[in-house]
Every structure is written in structure tokens, then in C-alpha cells.
Design a protein around this ligand. Sequence first.
Ligand code: AMP
Ligand code: MG
Length: 491
Amino acid sequence: MTLRTLEALTFDNTYARLPEAFYAKLNPTPFQASPYLVHANPEAAALISLDPEEAARPDFAQVFGGSLLVPGMEPLAMLYSGHQFGVYVPQLGDGRAILLGEATNERGERWDLHLKGGGLTPFSRDGDGRAVLRSTIREYLCCAAMTGLGIPTTQALCIVGSDHKVYREQVETGATLVRMAPSHVRFGTFEIFYYRKQHEHLRVLADYVIAQHYPHLTAVPTKYARFFTEVVERTATLIAQWQAVGWSHGVMNTDNMSVLGLTLDYGPYGFMDDYDAGFICNHSDHNGRYAYNQQPYIGLWNLSCLAQALLPLVEKEALKAVLETYQPFYEQTYLTHMRAKLGLREGRTEDDSLIQDFLGLLQESHADYTRVFRELSAFSSAEGATNEKLRELFLNRDRFDEWAARYRDRLRSEQSRDGERQARMDRVNPKYVLRNYLAQVAIEKAQHKDFSEIERMYTLLQHPYSDQPGMEAYAAPPPNWGKHLAVSCSS
Ligand code: AMP
Ligand code: MG
């Protein structure tokens, strides 16, 4: 692979060639204080054939901090709307993000370079168009975590900081994050043209998304219905992965739902520490609309909004029929993940209750979700084994023993061998996740211009399933101070 300099990046800006109604063209607004690199992601750089060594150049921070464009960039803010907390908001759009251009790599693949925090756009409403260092670090590290876990996500190329002050509840350090994805089209991009009754634009958008991202459907007579079917499946698949790893998005508004089934828009997300089905990671979500156990249902609700927006293109009955496939598809996918987490190779009807009863035990014991599953890998099915290390994570030991006996029988009934099973389970039960408090430590150090913890976490999270020497502390549940950190929307 030949690696490129910044100036040698190549672009093919397909979105900029869509009708003008789809976006507003504008340049980023430079920070008032010089930009500096906080961290750059060599894996993401490779996706656009960019030499990772380029990150060391001052120009890198200039470009990705919004002060300098490289040839071929055609910056624009994308227009969209969406349902926020169940209410339709007629216009949202990139209020603090700017699509710099679509970089093409050596294989001809296109990647949106989306500058988050690049200043005001026509869609900024009451906001300042900026992002703070704290929230960019959270997004950056979670992208690394999701990628390491194998969960579809947007990527993060880099964080650029600046001593430019940004006013939130307190004065904070400004920063930009460059987000990469094959596309940033959201459910809300379809919704805006539907609700504005711009059905010709809606069709152009659908044709564009299909041609770019679902090219196998272009010649299919029912292509719009088939497109919707694939979005339903990708969304269900994504949410099943979130549930299995114990992750909550926190703001599943339809403008934060990717038509590619990627995890999009990291705000007040959270990996669960203690298992709690009703876990609400977003401090501003007072009614728990986006609680952990609501996510599968919200996925369906959001897909119904997309279905509504597709009404001018697809028969209502056909859309309804596709929506009805969501729940069984989701349940099957979730069950497949959970079986793997329990190390079960075969499918049995009693598995669902075995899984649910286990989760019930975790709930009752406030047991650490990640740790319990990792410990379960080491479960011994030998006669008389008490599995003490696992057992002591539960409050009601008798009930744990009952469950363990059922589990042992279930394992034996498929001739499971402990060593082989443990290796398999370790590949699906992560040892390291981005616990809130770990992100917080990295943030606090970064606020004193020490970016070493970002580097450490970035490296750690690339291999969440492997035991990493010297990193035992990063697998531990949070200390008391780190248990109830408040995170909320828009920062
Ligand atoms: P989010 O919660 O990040 O998905 O944002 C929801 C909407 O608010 C999107 O249209 C954002 O572009 C916009 N927004 C969020 N924060 C800001 C900000 N600081 N300045 C301008 N717009 C913002
Ligand atoms: Mg958003």
C-alpha cells in the first residue's frame, strides 16, 4: 500500500453533487487559539490511505482543527431532521459538524471526513457549533472500543484540541474530532424530505444511498422495499450487539440512526458496570425512554419513522410486512449472541430461560456485567466444582448454585469441553470495555495536556478479548467515585 501525504489525499465528493437542497456549503471556522494534535488513529488513517506519520506535521492539526483545507475538499453541512425523544423536530442538520469531503482510498472506497466541532453552520440553532475536549475523547475512545469489539461503528481519525474556550456548564477546552464513515445519511435525512413533501428529493436520496451503499439492489424492481429490509436487519443486528455487550447509546433519536446500521453519534453512552436492565446512561433522559432494556423496542420505533418517510416510494403493506420481521430477527440475533456468551454451541428451547434467569441473578446481585461473563468463561463443569470466583460475584449463593447446576447439565448435554469452551467464550466475552470512569481518567489527564491515557486506552481497547499483561486494573469494576458519573446530551 502506498501511503499518502495530506496534500495527496484524493476526494470524490458525491454528496456535494446532490441537489443543493441537501446541504449548505460552507467552510469550518478556525479556532481562536492555535490547534494542536491530541491523538491520531493510525488504523483510521489507513482506511483513507493516509500516512500515519502525517499526524506529526503541524498542518495535520490545522486541517483537522478546521483552519486549513486540502485540495479536493468541498465542505458542507448536511441537512436532516428527526424525532428527538419521540417528538418530530422539522429541522436539525449538522449544527456542529462539517463534511469536509469524501476521501477515496487505494481500493476506491469512499470515506466521509466529518469534522465535528468545526464552528457554526446554518443548522446550529442555539448552539455554538463547537465540541469540547471531554466529549471528543469519549467519542474517540468509544469508536476504538466498538471497533475492537467488532460492533459496527463510525470511525474516529483524530482529535485536535485548542485553547479556544468553549462555554458549557463551565468553561471547557474546545476540540474537534474527525469522524469517518462510508456515509452519514441518517433516518432523519429521509424524514426531512418526507415531511417537507419533497418527494422527488426523497427519491433522489434513496437512489443515491442504494447506488452508493446497497449497489446489489440497483436493478431490483422492489429496490426501495429491499433497501428498507436491509436497514431493518442491520439495525436489529447492531442493537443485538449493543445488548449483548451491555452498552447503551443514550440518545437514540432518529437523527442519530445510521442507514448503514453503524453506531452513530456518541454522546452520553455507557457500558454497564453493575447489571441493571433499566440502566439509563443519559442524565437528561428523565423518563428512561432510552434505557438499556428499551433499546430493541426503540430500534423498531425508529424504523417505523423511517418506514413512514418511505411511504411515497413503497406500498404501506409492504413496509408493514418488513417491520414485522424486526422483532423475530432481533430476538434470534440476540439469542445467538447470548448463547455464544454462555459458550453454548447448540440451540435448545430452554436456552432463553437459562439466559434470562442468569440475567435475573445479575440484576439481583448488582453484579458487574463484563466481569461476570468473563468469569463464566472459566466455569468448571467438573463434578463437585464450586466455581468460587464466579460464585462470590453473586449475593444469593444458593440461587447461583441452582443456576450453575442447570448450566452444568446444559453444557454436558452437548458434550462441552471446558478448555475449548473457555477459549471460545473469551473471544466473545470482553475483558476490557470502556467503563465510564476509565474515560473520565483519560479526560482529566488530557485537560492538563497529558494525552498518555488516551494512547493507553486506545491501545488496550483494540484487543478487548485478550488478557493484556500489566493491564489487570483496567478490567476491574469502578471505584466508588466512578460509579455514578453524570453524562448528558450535547457537549
Ligand atoms: P446530537 O445530540 O449531537 O445528536 O445533536 C442534535 C442536534 O443538535 C444536531 O442537529 C446537532 O448538530 C445539534 N447540536 C448539538 N450540539 C451543538 C452545538 N454545540 N452547536 C450547534 N449545534 C449543535
Ligand atoms: Mg446527532
